[in-house]
Design a protein around this ligand. Structure first.
Ligand code: SF4
Length: 346
């Protein structure tokens, strides 16, 4: 059985023309599958019965099934554990923001980047996700929202996984999101978050798809960044920031640098100054994320005064800065925690 969910219109048309069917059948199939979100070939009424039967015997529209769900007390954040047909599960999060419905999509099951603050990497990486599996996460939530006349408005590829090490699948997913026969989303409503895979930041800049780029920085100097993010040993901070600068110039999109604030680790005045030096002159903004305490590492959230100091210091030195509002703390919004709970429970 071939899973056709995640195939482009061209791929669908190619498959059907191999069966001796006219090209326009590809468009009809894409409309049913992506526009109408139908998964049962029998419901595709304008397709000939013989075609529906052949589809049913040779193909499947394989999406994702919900295994678990957690809703925050304020009802604004919902986290889903979704399984694919091989039993592999990932987390997808819906955040109801004032500006619309934003979802956080996983690009790999687990992750092997080893970031010190991240639960997704604790069990390593199981496998890359296909474009269809990323799309299936999106459709799961979009279908749910459509029942109340809503839709997915923005997407961050910021769940488990490093999207730029699963480059081809991620790019195919982003392009599918944009297609008129699929969700027709603008590239500007999509944000890709990376730990800093330098060659693929340059590659992405050449694709002429102006998605927002978010780079996890978390430290303004190499030794600390290597401790927090081992990938820094391969792609050092200065190279990452240079690549970010290139991305901004090429796409005219402001690059966001994520910076988790950890009390006594990366929140002092010297580090604020180093951060300003590093990003000076770039079309960049910094998103400060006060950490949720990690007991095992003795990491704590800085005091409100310290967070404010850091924020004001950057702003005073002309760096656009935001402090992430807290969402869904009560449902363990940090990526990977819900999935790990299921893995640990066997
Ligand atoms: S923060 Fe992202 S890149 Fe780092 S380990 Fe977690 S999922 Fe992987």
């Amino acid at each position: 059985m071939v899973n056709i969910f995640g195939k482009t219109l061209e791929e669908l048309t190619e498959l059907l023309t191999e069966w001796g069917l006219p090209k326009f059948r590809g468009k009809q199939l894409a409309d049913w599958m992506y526009k109408k979100s139908v998964t049962d070939f029998n419901e595709m009424q304008n397709l000939p019965k013989s075609m529906r039967e052949k589809l049913a015997t040779e193909c499947v529209i394989d999406r994702a099934a919900r295994v678990d769900q957690l809703d925050s007390a304020d009802g604004r954040t919902s986290k889903f554990l979704l399984n694919f047909s091989d039993g592999v599960g990932v987390e997808t999060v819906l955040m109801r923001q004032p500006y619309g419905n934003s979802i956080c999509v996983s690009s790999q099951a687990g992750c092997n980047m080893g970031c010190a603050f991240c639960a997704s990497t604790l069990h390593g990486m199981v496998r890359d996700l296909t474009a269809g599996e990323m799309l299936a996460q999106t459709y799961y939530i979009n279908d749910m929202l459509s029942k109340s006349g809503e839709k997915v408005d923005t997407i961050v590829i910021m769940g488990s996984g490093e999207p730029l090490t699963n480059y081809d699948n991620v790019l195919k997913y982003i392009r599918l999101l944009h297609e008129d026969y699929c969700l027709g989303m603008s590239y500007r409503s999509v944000t890709l978050s990376t730990s800093g895979i330098v060659p693929n930041i340059y590659r992405l800049a050449q694709e002429e798809i102006p998605v927002n780029l978010s780079i996890s920085l978390h430290a303004p100097e190499n030794s600390l960044r290597s401790e927090l993010m081992p990938i820094n040993r391969k792609y050092p901070m200065a190279d990452v920031v240079k690549a970010g600068g290139y991305y901004g110039e090429k796409t005219h999109r402001r690059v966001t640098y994520e910076y988790i604030l950890i009390d006594g680790v990366n929140d002092n005045a010297k580090q604020a100054k180093e951060l300003v030096e590093l990003l000076k002159g770039q079309l960049a903004s910094v998103n400060l994320i006060p950490i949720n305490p990690v007991v095992e590492r003795n990491w704590n959230r800085p005091s409100p005064e310290r967070i404010e100091f850091f924020e004001k210091y950057l702003a005073k030195h002309h760096i656009t800065v935001t402090v992430r509002r807290e969402m869904g703390n009560d449902i363990q919004a940090a990526c990977g925690q819900l999935r790990n709970r299921h893995l640990d429970n066997g």
